[in-house]
Design a binder for this molecule. Sequence first.
Ligand code: CP
Length: 328
Amino acid sequence: MKQFLSAHDVSDIKALVQRALEHKAAPQANKDFGAGKRIGLLFLNPSMRTRLSTQVAAQNLGMEAIVFNIGSEGWALEFEDGAIMNGTTVEHVKDAAPIMGNYFDILAIRTFPSLKNREEDYSERYIQQFVKYAGIPVVSLESATLHPLQSLTDVITITENWNKAHGPWTMDHGQKKPKVVLTWAPHVKALPQCVANSFAQWINAWGEAEFVITHPEGYELDEQFTRGATIIHNQDEALKDADFVYVKNWSSYQQYGQVLNNDPSWMLTLEKLKSTNDAKVMHCLPVRRNLELSDEVLDSSHSIVTQEAANRVWAAQAVLEAILKEGK
Ligand code: CP
């Protein structure tokens, strides 16, 4: 693997999921693989799970991980080509990224969208500038439009739970595919579309689920990610017979970055789960309780959000190992 910015960087998702589950079974079995290698984790935005899980994953491989909260502690970066830097920015990414490329073997970056300029956000300008100028493999820790480490984790978590309930995957023998439903949830703030875009991209690329997306009208995601999924605006209809329900808020893509609807009836409850196939409930976290997801669901046996967050380590470990392997 040369970089990890989206599902398109992975040639075989099922093999990567399998490798992650092997790491889970034996976390330090490959503990010298990354000896002498260093990863830089750059955060332009806050994080808990992504930061800690990637550090643990790197350490499990024997790598050194250095965290830099560049957004709050670094020089303000300029991304505009040809900018006359007489404003608030202090250092151009053209100058900063190659230096990081010398300090590290892998550069991992979190950079959220502005939610003001759709064209700019969807061009992934910030992370692409690091790819262009760093000269080393870049891993997304969540970018303007995608969150691939989260989505790989989500596929791992679905695989693990489905296998536990039904035995190892035997799709070739006509076994039922799990019904996976991505449902929009209310929120008070305008959130990026990244997690939802990325989940849709990965579930589609994985190809092992009956995939349904449900949201109020006006919350349609970019079709480049959702193509192949069934989109239903009636949440009750969408949830019927679901095996996995993935809950997430996102702001509007069409009326870019706006909150169009905060209808509390979209919050998932135990009552709504009655029509499902005793569905497992997922969320990337952090979650706003009793706004996005009710206490009764999060505290019930339906919820696998802690297992999902714990699996972030194995996703990161499989990705870092695959990138290091490419360089050997
Ligand atoms: N899910 C996730 O990315 O969590 P953090 O924002 O805490 O890293």
